[in-house]
Ligand binder design. Structure first.
Ligand code: CO
Length: 137
């Protein structure tokens, strides 16, 4: 029996930056990208800007405090690709499929994300080195 397909779209590619305004300016000038949504996600200690690219987004992320996971990421790895967000119809079902496949979940149950989405993160260890976010709109 084959597995059902859970991913419906690449929702966003998230890039960790130290200077959010500088990065937005660069993406605007170099690529013509406009900010569609900007949000402070207090719980995760990040501020993010979503720049629309076709049906997906580039998400520029910057930490708002020193102990946020994105701050630790920048300290250890520097700026660059942070995670890939895949759109799913049902976050709970997608979590279960990851668990059955032997993946390592950071979020065992779906939780609120930005833009009113429902999300869960999957640990890069167990996903071939990429932090994955499951995004249900
Ligand atoms: Co994300």
């Amino acid at each position: 029996m084959g597995s059902p397909i859970h991913l419906t779209e690449i929702d966003h590619v998230a890039i960790a930056v130290r200077d959010l305004d500088g990065a937005i300016e660069y993406y605007s000038q170099a690529f013509g990208c406009q900010v569609e949504h900007r949000e402070l996600v207090e719980k995760d200690g990040v501020e993010e800007a979503l720049l629309k690219v076709a049906d997906s987004y580039v998400q520029l992320l910057t930490p708002t405090r020193d102990d946020s996971p994105v701050a630790r990421f920048l300290d250890s790895k520097g700026e660059g690709l942070h995670h890939v967000g895949y759109r799913v119809d049902n976050c709970q079902e997608a979590i279960e499929a990851v668990r059955e496949a032997g993946g390592r979940l950071i979020d065992e149950v779906p939780r609120p994300g930005s833009r009113g989405t429902t999300i869960a993160f999957v640990h890069p260890k167990g996903s071939f080195g990429t932090l994955i976010e499951l995004v249900q709109e």
